[in-house]
Design a binder for this molecule. Structure first.
Ligand code: AMP
Length: 197
């Protein structure tokens, strides 16, 4: 069966120090599977990445992994993916993740996760895509980053509308429901745009 939607999840290649990170990653994977969705992710078996993929699969969801060939060993490329794309470069990975997804969600992670989040966010502000982007601010994990971003706005380097392009939530189910609603609204928005031309 074709999945109803595809969500790209960016998250840590490590599990994090506290168990609530792992629990949230599993919750996100279960939500995707239970709602007939497809996970698009980095293709590895390590850390939160592995957990979200495993939970998606176990709850009936489809899993698309996209990994550069240089990281196949290091991030333990997951042969259980319904589709595993081994690409030549990191740029190809990110472009394919972007093309295959209807929405993007960042969970807790390190600099790889942050890089992916900021790239897809900046692509959105530039109009390269109009897909929803979310940040799961689990147990305040992203509080200090969000505070810094508010500082950049106060200092005149960002506008409120740029901040508003990202949906921030503390509850995985609620945030996923919001992203799903935004995905479902997209065709109608496009129709409206087409009618107004
Ligand atoms: P991390 O959050 O650092 O644990 O990394 C999470 C994922 O981001 C891993 O799959 C990394 O391969 C990936 N990653 C690391 N660096 C980059 C980068 N420059 N661009 C995109 N993804 C990256």
């Amino acid at each position: 069966m074709n999945p109803f939607f595809s969500i790209c999840v960016y998250c840590g290649s490590r599990p994090g120090a506290a168990s609530h990170h792992a629990q949230a990653a599993q919750r996100v994977g279960r939500w995707i599977g239970e709602h007939g969705g497809q996970l698009v992710y980095g293709g590895g078996r390590t850390g939160l990445m592995g957990l979200v993929a495993q939970a998606t699969r176990e709850s009936g969801g489809r899993v698309v992994g996209i990994i550069p060939k240089s990281l196949v060993q290091r991030e333990l490329a997951d042969a259980l993916c319904d589709e595993l794309h081994i690409v030549d470069t990191m740029h190809e990975r990110k472009a394919l993740m972007g093309a295959r997804s209807d929405a993007f969600l960042a969970l807790p992670g390190g600099i790889g996760t942050l890089e992916e989040l900021f790239e897809i966010w900046t692509w959105r502000q530039l109009g390269y895509h109009d897909k929803p982007v979310g940040i799961l601010n689990l147990a305040g994990y992203y509080d200090t980053m969000l505070a810094f971003l508010a500082h950049t706005a106060r200092e005149g380097f960002m506008s409120a509308w740029q901040m508003d392009l990202v949906r921030v939530g503390q509850d995985a189910d609620a945030l996923l429901n919001t992203l799903r609603a935004a995905i479902d609204a997209q065709p109608r928005q496009s129709e409206l745009l087409a009618q107004s031309l």
